[in-house]
Ligand binder design. Structure first.
Ligand code: NI
Ligand code: MN
Length: 227
C-alpha cells in the first residue's frame, strides 16, 4: 500500500508500504499553506532535491524532531550533518537501497545553494523503486533531453511528480513532453501557485494534459491519495 500526501509547493509525504518519506520540506513559510503543521509530520527519511529555501526551509526542524535521515547530495548532507542531523550522501547518477526501497539521484537542470548562500552542489531529482511502486520526482528542472534515458535505466514508472509552474522550472507544456520522454502518463504537478511567478490556470493545464492522453493530478494542500 502506498499513499502520497501533498504538503504544498514541492513537499510531499510518501507512505511507501508503511515507510514515511518526506520530500522537500517547505511548510511553515509557504504563503498559501493554512492547514499543514510541521509538528504533525512523522517521517524517517527526508529527500532533498536541492538547497533552495522553498525546498529545505523546515528540514532542520523536522529532521531533528523526527531523528530522520536526510538523503541528498554530498554538499547538502554535509551542511545538515554540521547541524547535528543524520544524512546519507549521494550524488548524481548514484543509487542506494534503503529500507523503504531503491533510490537513484537524477540530473536536474537547475541551480542549488543553501539558505546561508553556501554551495549546495548540483540540483537533483529522485527515482524511487519499492516492491510495489516505481516513482520519479523530477525536482526543480528544465525540460531536458536526458529524461529520455530514464525508461532505459529504471523500471517502468507508475507515477511521476513534475514541476509545471514555469519561471523557475519547465512549464506545463514542457511537462507534457517530459512525460513522453519518461514514458509515464500519470503525473502529479508541483511547484505551482505558491508565488505570483508560478500561478497557473488549473482547468487549462489539466485539459492540456488530457488532450495529450495523460492524467494530471493537482492536489490541494493537505490532500492525500492512494497510489
Ligand atoms: Ni529551486
Ligand atoms: Mn523551487
Amino acid at each position: 500500500m502506498n499513499s502520497i500526501q501533498y504538503l504544498g509547493h514541492s513537499c510531499f509525504l510518501l507512505d511507501l508500504d508503511g515507510h514515511k518519506v518526506l520530500v522537500d520540506p517547505f511548510i511553515s513559510q509557504n504563503p498559501i499553506n493554512t492547514s499543514v503543521k510541521i509538528d504533525d509530520i512523522n517521517c524517517k527519511h527526508i529527500l532533498i532535491t536541492h538547497g533552495h529555501s522553498d525546498h529545505v526551509a523546515d528540514a532542520e526542524e523536522i529532521g531533528k524532531s523526527n531523528d530522520a535521515t536526510i538523503i541528498s547530495n554530498w554538499e547538502i548532507v554535509n551542511w545538515y550533518e554540521a547541524k547535528g542531523i543524520k544524512g546519507h550522501p549521494m550524488n548524481t547518477g548514484g543509487k542506494w537501497t534503503f529500507d523503504f526501497g531503491k533510490v537513484k539521484l537524477t540530473e536536474a537542470v537547475h541551480s542549488s545553494s543553501m539558505p546561508d548562500g553556501s554551495y549546495g552542489g548540483t540540483a537533483n531529482g529522485f527515482l524511487i523503486k519499492t516492491e510495489s511502486l516505481s516513482l520519479y520526482i523530477a525536482g526543480d528542472t528544465a525540460l531536458t533531453n536526458n529524461m529520455k534515458l530514464i525508461p532505459q535505466i529504471w523500471p517502468a514508472l507508475d507515477l511521476a511528480i513534475l514541476p509545471i509552474g514555469d519561471n523557475f522550472t519547465m512549464d506545463y507544456e514542457e511537462a507534457i513532453i517530459a512525460s513522453d520522454f519518461i514514458n509515464c502518463n500519470k503525473i502529479i504537478g508541483c511547484h505551482f501557485d505558491t508565488f505570483g511567478y508560478i500561478k497557473i490556470d488549473h482547468e487549462n493545464v489539466k485539459s492540456a494534459f488530457s488532450k495529450a492522453g495523460k492524467e494530471l493530478i493537482l492536489l490541494n494542500i493537505g490532500e492525500e491519495i492512494s497510489i
